[in-house]
Design a protein around this ligand. Sequence first.
Ligand SMILES: Nc1ncnc2c1ncn2[C@@H]1O[C@H](COP(=O)(O)OP(=O)(O)O)[C@@H](O)[C@H]1O
Ligand SMILES: O=P(O)(O)O[C@H]1O[C@H](CO)[C@@H](O[C@H]2O[C@H](CO)[C@@H](O)[C@H](O)[C@H]2O)[C@H](O)[C@H]1O
Length: 473
Amino acid sequence: MLPPRAELTRDLADWLPRQRWFGGKDGPIDELSIGTATELRTGDPALHHLVLDVRQNGTTDHYQLLLGVRRELPDRLRHVEIGRDAGGAGGTRARTYDAAHDPDLTRTLLAALADGASIGPLRFHHAGGARIRTDLASLPITAEQSNTSLLFGDAYICKLFRRLSQGVNLDLEVNLALTRQGCAHVPAVHGWIELDAGEPGEEPVTLALLSDYLHTGADGWSLAIASVRDWFAYPLPSGDEWAELDAAVAGGDFAAEAERLGAATAQVHRALADAFGVTTVPAAEVRALAARMNAELTATCRAVPNLAPHAKALTGAFLDLAARAAPLAVQRVHGDYHLGQVLRTESGWALLDFEGEPARTQSERRALAHPLRDVAGMLRSFEYAARFLITKAGTVPTESGPHLETRAHAWAARNRAAFCRGYAAAGGADPAAHSVLMHAFEFEKAVYEVRYEARNRPAWLPVPLTSLAHLTA
Ligand SMILES: Nc1ncnc2c1ncn2[C@@H]1O[C@H](COP(=O)(O)OP(=O)(O)O)[C@@H](O)[C@H]1O
Ligand SMILES: O=P(O)(O)O[C@H]1O[C@H](CO)[C@@H](O[C@H]2O[C@H](CO)[C@@H](O)[C@H](O)[C@H]2O)[C@H](O)[C@H]1O
């Protein structure tokens, strides 16, 4: 049984702003109420699924929470306690906590998924194929910011979406379609959980996604950084010859992987086109897109004046896009493609997280785009990886800054070229033959990054700015 609502909502309003995944940290909570409460397991411990309606600054956001209720809280769950002394029915005391951290309770989710159960407004779907195992204990992974993912042994990863958005989640929609296409470059979907919208004709809200856990995978960002570190440590030849060095000579060269990643990207784009189709937008819409890119540049220059010296070159690229005067083929793409979104497993590259850029609205994230927009995103990521160690002063060997910047540039150039080669060879549009699109998309992403870093990680701001200095020189 749930503790009395008044006490519970008071505890939740105190606890929620302290959670990493809470999106409304920039203002106070004006009102918090429990939108839906569904009992998933009775007894001690009990499990309740809650949707919290959180009103801030005139808008209401919805967050999901798995609420555990126990008489006594074991030490291992103290760090996720929500309410200490909520008085239960009949004078009993109940301790409430975030049950995502309690493997005794999260098993309930696997069992319901395996059964394809319906509990109150919650629908548990099994994607078909292999039976879902129910004997696995969960462990939350800590790396994430906006959602919470649970590992079930080496078999599954279950992503619980914290802030809920209207309708079917993009990550589910895309991964399910690609799994059904037999695409080898995404983790197979095993199941998902959704909440009935309640109103006829309204789409259900996606709550969670259960996929294959690619437990042998290493993420592209760590692999690329290891390669850059190796390249920076490569001994300098005498004199000034270092400037001529090709990044290929370093032991940890990444170019072959970059080329394979390019090929995997083209294959996923093909599968997305097959699953969702391709449409053509007229030249007038391409002009409107270029105008939006430029408007964002103007707004970002106002917020981050250090971007202003590059504005002329960026505007030039957006004007070239506007002048292109040709229709553009658009389709579903990844939307926020970078090295942190790809995993190298023993059998190849896998792409993760098709939710789009977190700083964009839902409709912007759903918008179709030209596939080279993803290619440009990944080229930005090579720029980032090349300069990350320089920005993190102290983690690099003894060379002076300008020398390292030359090395960074060489590493980025080598891996950008390899990625593009792999992409074109596997049937994707050849980036070299679409320089107007590539420049506009890459500069659009760089503007987004400048804004993203200024807001979220000001210490990283020099990374996109230095790279822009090179690209616009
Ligand atoms: N299927 C998977 N197999 C292995 N690791 C995964 C899988 N899905 C996600 N991860 C790991 O979890 C991290 C975060 O996943 P992601 O889907 O990007 O979550 P978020 O949307 O919260 O950023 C990834 O960078 C990756 O390291
Ligand atoms: O992974 P998310 O969907 O949360 O994407 C956001 O955060 C990313 C940073 O974690 C950010 O990516 C930028 O930094 C990366 C290095 O950390 C770099 O590889 C990317 O190229 C760069 O864009 C992403 O833009 C943002 O949407």
